[in-house]
Design a protein around this ligand. Structure first.
Ligand SMILES: Cc1cc2nc3c(=O)[nH]c(=O)nc-3n(C[C@H](O)[C@H](O)[C@H](O)COP(=O)(O)O)c2cc1C
Length: 336
């Protein structure tokens, strides 16, 4: 059934219920073989030493616990990112914490890393036995002081290391107090140094190199972007994801829900995150590959992210407004 027919029904539910219902439905459709598919095979590219069957991935946050990996992969993504996961399970912020702004094709989320904890995620990943490319996005618990954040990232890094194709250090969620402080030069220098050391140790112990990727916010000044890019090169970080959702409300100020607390994603973020990709590329010049994410709602948005310097892209809010057809549309646009 076409997603445009299902969407009014889903949008009549509250957004968190719609999210659960949709994932439950696709999981069952996959289990009963009504939904089947492999990564669309097109323009393979080797990024971070990994062979991506196509450059369009699922962004973090849709499958926080890795419960729906095989069903989501059936939409044709070149790679799937799960998480953000934290060391201990946590319920996230109080509900309601997810809002649609349909007039602007946008979402505001204030979820706050609701997840079942890293042990449960690893169990789910093992059970899925997924053979495709899997990114695991890690964070810190809401009650871990920011000065101790490295301990949380280290714990998650060790537990997911063997199970991930790449690991994302999320320091850019707008919904965990003070998390974005970790993007400041001194804190980031310390965090990346610590994680890189552990990555080297784990590589020796496990006989496997798992690339480390850092996910950044769109709400950064140019000089902060330059400073982050410089640190990524200094610490030989394998990749960078730009961007997470934004605090900005430019373009939606007049619309219902625009004053809700949280990160804004979708169409109002498109240009903003592409600018961050462009600025990063200006400094990195290919030394660290960029995964572009933020407001990809159509094929043109994808091409603009790639033209700005992204090697891969990811989508989330576009799926809510356009459905899984968006995956095929964006892959085809790149493959032309
Ligand atoms: C409901 C929701 C939950 C999200 N949760 C996470 C998360 O747990 N970790 C993360 O790194 N990004 C998370 N994100 C951010 C997305 O991965 C993405 O970076 C951002 O939404 C911009 O892309 P988009 O405009 O295509 O949605 C979330 C986004 C949404 C809408």
């Amino acid at each position: 059934m076409s997603y445009s027919l299902l969407r009014p029904l889903l949008f009549s539910l509250n957004p968190e219920t719609a999210h659960r219902v949709t994932l439950y439905a696709i999981e069952n459709a996959h289990r009963f073989k009504l939904l089947q598919g492999n990564p669309i095979d097109c323009k393979h590219r080797n990024i971070m030493g990994i062979d991506f069957p196509n450059p369009v991935g699922l962004a973090a946050g849709m499958d926080k616990n890795g419960e729906y990996i095989n069903a989501l992969a059936a939409f044709g993504f070149g790679f799937i990112e799960i998480g953000t996961v934290t060391p201990r399970p946590q319920p996230g912020n109080l509900k309601p914490r997810l809002f649609r702004i349909p007039q602007a094709k946008a979402i505001i989320n204030h979820l706050g890393f609701n997840n079942d904890g890293v042990d449960k995620l690893v169990e789910n990943v093992k059970y899925a036995n997924y053979q495709g490319i899997l990114g695991i996005n890690i964070g810190k618990n809401f009650d871990t002081p920011v000065e101790k954040a490295a301990d949380d990232y280290l714990m998650c890094l060790r537990k997911v290391y063997l199970h991930a194709s790449y690991i994302v250090v999320n320091i850019s969620s707008p919904n965990t107090p003070n998390l974005r402080q970790l993007q400041d030069t001194e804190e980031l220098n310390h965090l990346l140094g610590t994680l890189k050391l552990e990555q080297n140790k784990l590589t020796d112990e496990c006989g496997k190199y798992t690339p480390l990727v850092v996910k950044i916010a769109p709400d950064l000044e140019t000089k902060q972007i330059i400073s982050i890019a410089t640190l990524l090169m200094k610490h030989k970080i394998d990749g960078v994801i730009a961007t997470n959702s934004t605090f900005s409300r430019i373009g939606v100020e007049h619309l219902p829900h625009s004053s809700k607390t949280g990160g804004l994603s979708g169409a109002p973020l498109t240009k903003h995150s592409t600018t961050v990709v462009h600025l990063l590329h200006g400094v990195l010049q290919g030394a660290v590959p960029i995964i572009g994410v933020g407001g990809i709602m159509c094929a043109t948005d994808t091409k603009e992210k790639m033209d700005a310097g992204a090697s891969l892209v990811q989508i989330y809010t576009g799926l809510i407004y356009r459905g899984p057809e968006l995956v095929c549309e964006t892959v085809q646009a790149i493959c032309k």
